[in-house]
Design a protein around this ligand. Sequence first.
Ligand code: NAP
Ligand code: ZN
Length: 346
Amino acid sequence: MRVNAYAAPAAGEPLAPTTIERRDVGPDDVLIEIEFAGICHSDIHTVNGDWGPQPFPVVPGHEIVGVVAEVGADVTRHRVGDRVGVGCMVNSCGECANCLGGDEQYCVQGMVATYAGTDRDGSTTQGGYSTHVVVDAGYVLTVPEGIEASAAAPLLCAGITTYSPLRRWGAGPGRRVAVVGLGGLGHMAVKLAHAMGAEVTVLSQSLKKQEDGLRLGADAYFATSDPDTFAELAGRFDLILNTVSAPIDVNAYLSLLAVDGALVNVGAPAEPLAVNAMSLIGGRRTFAGSMIGGIAETQEMLDFCAEHGIGAEVEVITADHVNEAYERVLASDVRYRFVIDAATLR
Ligand code: NAP
Ligand code: ZN
């Protein structure tokens, strides 16, 4: 089926309307009529070529929520009419130790990314800035009732990308967690860490968004442009989640960790981050990374959000505003996730 979409024709070029082909619904597939697609900074890195060459034209979008329109003959876990979500991956080998362990995102053969990836039939995947998508049912999540569809979309990437390391590194009561950068990922990290019971501090470039940060669940808020911040918070945190899309002075942030603390990087700038060994040695500190989360964990995160009344703070836009939204994300002027209303693509 031929469907409407928004695509980047080449690296760094503005997105424009186009049509793309979606495969026929196979026995294990689900056809989703897309309602909303979030704009992740990863979409911008990809189309701007920050992460290397891409198979243009690229239809970005890996924060997809919609309604099941058709299911294949062998699909049992989703039914026509169900509200569902698709995140950053649409397939993996399903047989390696990582897939079997629920970490499909680290599939040894490589997960199939939702866009600009190579699908198992050799075709290039195209993402959620479109009206419909066909996805293997095993990679389609159930969006629980109680979370509005537009607010649920960003959970599929921003939500799971912050939930997974917060859980793994034990965010909870008695633990001090700092979130660096209050954008799409950062604002989800604040909500989730707060709901997990941790003491949450936002480290933002300025105090412009302080009121929002405290409303979202932060206990404290500091500007990193103020050098006193680093002196005042030295050795304070058990866990720091860095969500910044640009290079930061990692050593300055490592100095804010307590002994045995961890700085987990989810931000994925093009440029390398220089870590001074002494920043780790003096304090038995860990510098780690984390990529999205597995399928079961993503469902767990969605259920956790429904239970705690958590959704993303979104600004819903029409598809023709996507390029303007990209500019605003690049200028750190997003509160806190742009979400495309896919009805405006029809
Ligand atoms: P975003 O909405 O643009 O948020 C990033 C925030 O970082 C900004 O709002 C800003 O917060 C801060 N920031 C931006 N430029 C900065 C600079 N030069 N110096 C200091 N702080 C700066 O982006 P996002 O969608 O949350 O994504 C963030 C990063 O995570 C991107 O690199 C993205 O590709 C990556 N990502 C990784 C994964 C994964 O699996 N690991 C998944 C999704 C996204 P303040 O205004 O508060 O300072
Ligand atoms: Zn993303």
